[in-house]
Design a protein around this ligand. Sequence first.
Ligand SMILES: [Zn+2]
Length: 158
Amino acid sequence: MKPLVAGSEIDAWCTRCRLLLGHRIVAMIGKKPVRVECSTCGSVHNYKATAPGNASVAPVIRNRDGTITPVRTANAPSPRAQSKTSRVGARTSEWETRIAGQPATAFTRYSMAKTYDMGELVHHPKFGDGFVAVVLDGGKISIVFKDGAKTLAHGQPN
Ligand SMILES: [Zn+2]
C-alpha cells in the first residue's frame, strides 16, 4: 500500500472549477493532504475530498438485501486508486501508440472552456500531449498523458 505524499495524485473538490477533479498534493500534515493543486485550473487550495454540503457523494456499498454500508476512505487509498496504478503500464503503451508520429498540428491546446470528444488529441501546457480516453458526466474528461490519466474539466465557459 503506497502512502500519500506531497506530489501524489488525488481526487479532490476544486473550489474554483466546482467539480471533483484530479489534483496534486502540495502539502501534507501527518498522513492527511491539506493543500492541493487542481490539474485543470492550476489553483492551489485547501484539500476537500467531496463537494461541500453534499453528503450523497460519500462512497457506500449497496448490499444485495438493500442495506447500505458506508466505506471508510479516511486513511486507506481506495481500491480504484490501486487498480489505476496497476493499469499505468498498459496506459503508457496505449499513449505511445496514439501519440507516436502525430504532427503538432493534430493537437488541440487544452482549455476547460472547450468541449472534447473521445479520441481527440490534446496538448496541455503542463502535462504535455495526450488523448481523450473517456468523456465523463458532469463536464469532465479523462485524458491520458505520458504520466498517466488525469481527470480534467471541459465545456466550462467561465
Ligand atoms: Zn480547478
